[in-house]
Design a protein around this ligand. Structure first.
Ligand SMILES: Cc1cc2nc3c(=O)[nH]c(=O)nc-3n(C[C@H](O)[C@H](O)[C@H](O)COP(=O)(O)O)c2cc1C
Ligand SMILES: CCCCC(=O)C(=O)O
Length: 377
């Protein structure tokens, strides 16, 4: 039985090729930001209200006019077929069954159109979003946007934190640079004549700028979210350039190492956008309490990356379903314990930065009985 998100990782690691496990777990350079994301949630405290709950709690959200049953999105992760033969089809079916929004990675190993067909065939109609790396060749970018639009994606998540590919040193040591034979980046196949869907077709370009965002704004009417804006000044610029939302993300610590945890940046980013666009946060979300903390501070929703890959590796579609159920239960339980009858009751006063510290006092006498001596940390 998997009781926690962490259990999925342990179970997946027992089965996975360690090279792929490293690809999932790893981050850039010293992985300081990878650790910071999770640690930031642990440092914040919850301060619950009592005697004001309700028998049932409302967990649904609405983003850009679309309903989802949970404030938890599946952040875009590449290469699902590395860990499960059905790949993104399995993830998408699980997401749809749970009523959760999945952001399909541009580097998916099942084409976004096929993902959409599979979900429709299952009779579920939950919005899907598409993650895009703007390509310096704008015709290619336009073709990708068309593929996503034709597949019924209802928003574009444009990743802007990757002017160059993050330095995943685990991958370098392991010599993991390409997909194994038989797997392709299916969204990239035949964008130009004869293109085979090679990972290296994805251009990470340091020459992208705000004019590219304006150009994209002009070719699509889909809502555009920028993923990877960390500086409040860039958040202001994003709003000025007509962006519809932000996915506050440090790419799970996989791009620039030593940037702050996303949770720590949330208040500054929210202040910068002044409520004009929704802010979704990802990075280190592993518990219902994490979801509650991010929402109480003002995030509209959160995203999860690695947990989905672990769950997919551990149990395919069923694994991802169980993961989403588990997070749903934890979220519901946390709301109840906070005296909240729905997400709307999550207000910043429920979250505190600890003010307590070790009480200064005389050093404990060596050998003294610590049980009764009032000994402090
Ligand atoms: C294995 C893996 C693949 C990823 N692939 C992509 C991707 O293709 N595009 C993207 O924008 N972000 C990608 N990300 C970043 C995630 O979207 C997300 O920001 C991050 O995983 C969130 O942190 P978490 O893993 O702590 O939940 C990837 C992350 C992982 C772990
Ligand atoms: C070219 C694929 C990029 C995947 C990615 O964004 C990541 O592994 O973090």
């Amino acid at each position: 039985m998997r009781y926690t998100v962490h259990d999925f990782e342990i179970a997946a690691r027992a089965e996975l090729d360690p090279v792929y496990a490293d690809f999932i777990a790893g981050g850039a350079r010293d992985e300081i930001t990878v650790r910071a994301n999770e640690a930031a949630f642990g440092r914040l405290q919850l301060l619950p209200r009592v005697l004001r709950g309700s028998a049932e709690r409302e967990l649904g959200i609405s983003l850009f006019g679309h309903r989802a049953s949970l404030p938890i999105l599946i952040s875009p992760t590449a290469f699902h077929k590395l860990v499960d033969p059905e790949g993104e089809l399995a993830t998408a079916r699980a997401a749809a069954a749970a009523g959760v929004i999945m952001i399909v990675s541009m580097a998916s190993t099942v084409a976004v159109g096929q993902v959409a067909d599979a979900v429709r065939a299952a009779g579920d109609d939950v919005p899907r979003w598409f993650q895009l790396y703007i390509q310096p060749d704008l015709e290619i970018t336009e073709a990708l946007v068309r593929r996503a639009t034709d597949a019924g994606c209802s928003a574009l998540v444009v990743t802007v934190d990757s002017p160059v590919l993050g330095a995943g040193e685990r991958n370098r040591r392991n010599g993991f640079h390409d997909l194994p034979p038989g797997l392709r980046c299916e969204n990239l196949v035949d964008l130009r004549d004869g293109e085979r869907g090679h990972v290296r077709q994805i251009a990470m370009s340091p020459e992208l700028n705000w004019e590219h965002v304006d150009w994209l704004r002009g070719i699509t009417s889909l809502p555009i979210l920028l993923k990877g804006v960390l500086h409040p000044e860039d958040a202001r610029l994003a709003v000025r350039h007509g962006v519809d939302g932000l996915l506050l993300s440090n790419h799970g610590g996989r791009q620039l190492d030593t940037v702050p945890a996303t949770l720590e940046l949330l208040p500054e980013i929210l202040a910068a956008v002044e409520g004009r666009v929704p802010v979704v946060l990802d990075g280190g979300v592993r518990r219902g309490t994490d979801v509650v903390k991010a929402l109480a501070l003002g995030a509209s929703a959160v995203g999860i990356g690695r947990p989905v890959m672990w769950a997919l590796a551990e149990g395919g579609e069923k694994g991802v379903r169980r993961l989403l159920e588990l997070l749903r239960d934890e979220l519901d339980d946390t709301l109840a314990l906070c005296g909240a009858s729905g997400l709307a009751d999550l207000t910043p006063d429920l979250v505190r930065v600890p003010t307590w510290g070790p009480v200064p006092g005389p050093a404990p006498t060596p050998g003294a009985d610590r049980r009764f001596g009032g000994v402090v940390a």
